[in-house]
Design a protein around this ligand. Sequence first.
Ligand code: ADP
Ligand code: MG
Length: 356
Amino acid sequence: MITSQSQPDDWLLEVTNMSCGYGNGSVVKEVSFALSHGDIGCLLGPSGCGKSTILRALAGFLPLNGGEIRLQGAAISLPGKTLAPEKRRIGMVFQDYALFPHLTIAENVGFGLRNESRGEKAQRVRELLQVVHLQDLADSYPHELSGGQQQRVALARALAPEPTLILLDEPFSNLDADLRRRLSLDVREILKTLGISAILVTHDQQEAFAMCDQVAVLKDGGIQQWDVPYNLYHEPANRFVAGFVGQGGFIPGTTLGPDTIESRLGVIRGNRAYRWQPGTLVDILIRPDDIVYDAESDLKPEVIEKIFAGTSTLYRFRCSEDTEFEALFRSHLDFHLGERVPVRVEADHLIAFERT
Ligand code: ADP
Ligand code: MG
């Protein structure tokens, strides 16, 4: 280890003001987050925002320009000092599986086990194949397996040397939507059972929410918010997070009091107190599930768009030139374009940002 401070440290992984990149510049700027033992963290953000770059730095393939990375209390990366990847006890799983085509599944899983006796190695491989439900395919070759099975082999191989932390870089991107969902839940279950911490990189928020305990929303190499999925959705820290996470759009409003805003949709009350003076111009976040159908309502916006999606229909409504919003209704509530529909806002969490 490079340095080891004696202070007690409960975090498994602690990243503090980390900056890194390629050549002289830093693609990742002043990133900080911490992960508890056994937790699954996520780096979520649009393509090119620096997710894989952060993973490379965590794995020890990229030196830091600033800040530090600590694993179990010990600094493993500092500017000018990078503990070698093979000494970190960090496993990696990539999008393209990267299995060895000429080795059997068992041989692939056992590849990283160098110090064990033959018996120990065979035993460990058997256990791991059981964990990923592939015990019957030990003697098959990668090309005989489906994409989902291959990715489970890659996970077993990464788990074999008993890493402290597993890094997964868009591991399900090559799989179809159904399989992705199932496999991401499988992988969560496996990691939780083994008590292994992980960091998942993805641009898919459903996957991030389904699989992870804590999620970092990234933009241009910086973390916008590091939080539990529920808070990212209901308490977004800024406009970018509000727009990136979940569906929804903004309508204009004017504050009447700390938690009351007047808008074309009426007076909207929430459960959080803002510090704005009455009369402040704000943009209010309206999500499709914040709008309900209410036959008694005097508010009757016009349907300007309609997307049928089986069990539900997504409507786009217009109240006025500056106020359009979306609503998700069960599909038996069937309205036509141009129809005026009585609706009401039912938002527990009032999210608004001061107009800039
Ligand atoms: P993400 O994984 O979020 O899609 P990356 O971390 O791969 O993003 O890339 C972040 C930025 O760093 C991008 O602008 C990308 O062009 C740049 N980049 C990635 N890899 C390299 C590299 N090997 N050399 C130079 N620039 C790179
Ligand atoms: Mg990437």
